[in-house]
Design a protein around this ligand. Structure first.
Ligand SMILES: [Zn+2]
Length: 157
C-alpha cells in the first residue's frame, strides 16, 4: 500500500450521518466513526446488492481493497448495534463521482470524477475565464457544506 492517499469514488454521501441508541446519555456513549467510503461499500453491496467485483469497479479500487473496506464497515456496524454505541459517518478518502465548479461570471458545470483526476479544469467551458472555484462538496443543496468541508479529503488512518 503506497503512502499517498487512495481516493475511492462514491456516488452518494449518506443524508443522516449520526445514529445513537435511544435512552443513553451522550456522556455515556462510545462513538464509532464510519468513513464515507465504508458507508458507500455497505450501500453498494448490502443495499443495492451488487456483486463485489462490480462494487470495487464503481469505487475504483481493487477487489481486495473493497473487501477490506466492506469488512471494516460491517464490523463497525455490528459493534454499534450489538454494543449499543453511537455511529458517526464522516471523513475518509473519497471523491464524489461528479465535482461541480463555478466561474466568476456565474456559470456552473460538472466534471466527472475520472476526468477530474486526470485533468482538473482550468477554464470555464462557457466563457473561458480562469477564475473558477470548486464547489464543496458536490452534494446538491443537502446542506453539508460547512460541516463536511473540514473532513473533505482528510486521509483516514
Ligand atoms: Zn464562465
Amino acid at each position: 500500500m503506497g503512502r499517498q492517499p487512495l481516493w475511492r469514488r462514491v456516488d452518494s454521501v449518506p443524508r443522516v450521518n449520526y445514529f445513537k441508541p435511544a435512552g443513553v446519555p451522550m456522556s455515556d456513549l462510545e462513538e464509532v466513526r464510519l468513513s464515507v467510503e465504508e458507508a458507500e461499500a455497505i450501500r453498494l453491496k448490502d443495499i443495492k446488492g451488487l456483486e463485489q467485483g462490480g462494487c470495487a469497479q464503481k469505487m475504483k479500487v481493487s477487489r481486495s481493497t473493497f473487501a477490506r473496506i466492506l469488512l471494516s464497515a460491517r464490523q463497525k456496524m455490528a459493534d454499534v448495534l450489538l454494543n449499543g454505541k453511537a455511529i458517526r459517518i464522516e471523513g475518509g478518502n473519497y471523491e464524489m463521482s461528479v465535482r461541480r465548479f463555478r466561474c466568476d461570471n456565474g456559470h456552473e458545470w460538472e466534471v466527472p470524477f475520472e476526468k477530474m483526476i486526470k485533468e482538473p479544469p482550468e477554464l470555464c467551458p462557457t466563457c473561458n475565464t480562469a477564475d473558477i472555484v470548486a464547489l464543496w462538496p458536490t452534494g446538491r443543496g443537502r446542506g453539508m457544506g460547512g460541516r463536511g468541508r473540514r473532513n473533505w479529503r482528510r486521509p483516514t488512518e
